[in-house]
Structure formats: structure tokens, C-alpha cells
Design a protein around this ligand. Structure first.
Ligand code: HEC
Length: 155
């Protein structure tokens, strides 16, 4: 009789342990699923809002200047950024002020000697942007001097 009772006690304990294990497993699984399907709860380690910020910064424009490259904002800006800042800095582009004709020649030269790819319809967009935002400077020479006090040469 005593033995039987002890046996029953053991069964009961085993049952309790099994229940506890089931609960723990259930909540662990629930937590895992929540982490997977609702990452915004912050149960996992990722912080999505930080990632979004970095992507946004990449092409930020402030005071009319594309910060990453220093190029002026304007129609065709991103076409220029995507095609003309891969091999050299945008500075090399903007310090050269050319007419449309000379830009087309320069682009052709890069295609023939520097393995620049075919630009297709983007070429016109790029050249238009460059001529409009970085026009050729007209004053090739300094202006004539004025208001100068000359002095007499002595013999
Ligand atoms: C595949 C690479 C590559 C791409 C893309 C590229 N370039 Fe170049 N570019 C070069 C190389 C290489 C040089 C020579 C650099 C040097 O002399 O140090 C050069 C030189 C230049 C120069 C100076 C030319 C000179 O006479 O000194 C200008 C201006 C220029 N690139 C404008 C552009 C523009 C505008 C674009 C976009 C359409 C562009 N580049 C895209 C490779 C490239």
C-alpha cells in the first residue's frame, strides 16, 4: 500500500515536471515567433530605424549641394552621381568647365580609353546638367587695368 502511494507521488511529480517543460517550450516558441514577425517590438537585436537613417543620409542634399559628392542639386543630378563619380571624384568633373561639344568629346575619350560604359539617353541628361550648372567661364583674360597712378621715369 505504501509502495503504491509512493509510486503515485512519483507519477505526479513527473507530470508536474512535464507540464513545466511544456510551458517553457511554449513561451520560448512564442517569443521566437514574436521576434521574427514583429521585429519592431525590439525583442531581437536589430534596430531598423538606425538602418533607415544611414540609407537616407547617403544622398542628402543641403543648401542645394549633394553632400556625398559636392555636386549642385539640379535636374539630372542623380544621373551624374551614378555615372560620373565611380572612377574619380566629382571634383575632377566640376573643375572642368566645358561646352556641350567638349563634354561629348571628353565622354567619348573616356569610353575609348578609360572603359567608360555607353551612356545611351543618359548622356544628354548628363551634358545638359553639366553645361547648366557648371557653365564655361567666359573671361579668359583678366580685365584691363584702370585707375593706376603712373609715375614719371627719371633720366
Ligand atoms: C570607367 C571609369 C570612369 C567613369 C565612369 C567616368 N570617368 Fe571620367 N575619367 C576616367 C579616367 C581614368 C580619367 C583620367 C583621370 C586622370 O587623368 O587622372 C577621367 C578623366 C575625366 C576628366 C578629366 C579629363 C581631362 O581632360 O583631364 C573629366 C572632366 C571626366 N573624367 C568627366 C567624367 C564625366 C562627366 C563622367 C560621367 C559621364 C565620367 N568622367 C565618368 C574614368 C572614368
Amino acid at each position: 500500500m505504501d509502495q503504491n502511494k509512493e509510486f503515485q507521488e512519483r507519477i505526479k511529480k513527473a507530470e508536474q515536471t512535464a507540464h513545466r517543460a511544456a510551458y517553457v517550450t511554449f513561451f520560448a516558441a512564442l517569443l521566437l515567433l514574436l521576434t521574427i514577425y514583429y521585429p519592431q517590438l525590439g525583442l531581437g537585436e536589430t534596430k531598423p530605424e538606425v538602418i533607415a537613417e544611414v540609407v537616407e543620409d547617403e544622398d542628402r542634399i543641403e543648401n542645394g549641394i549633394h553632400l556625398r559628392t559636392g555636386l549642385k542639386d539640379g535636374e539630372g543630378l542623380m544621373t551624374v552621381v551614378n555615372n560620373c563619380t565611380n572612377c574619380h571624384s566629382a571634383k575632377l568633373v566640376t573643375q572642368n568647365r566645358m561646352t556641350a561639344e567638349r563634354w561629348n568629346t571628353t565622354i567619348k575619350w573616356m569610353q575609348e580609353t578609360q572603359s567608360l560604359w555607353e551612356l545611351g539617353e543618359d548622356q544628354k541628361i548628363i551634358v545638359d546638367y553639366l553645361v547648366k550648372n557648371y557653365p564655361p567661364q567666359k573671361k579668359g583674360r583678366r580685365l584691363a587695368l584702370t585707375n593706376i597712378e603712373w609715375y614719371e621715369l627719371e633720366d
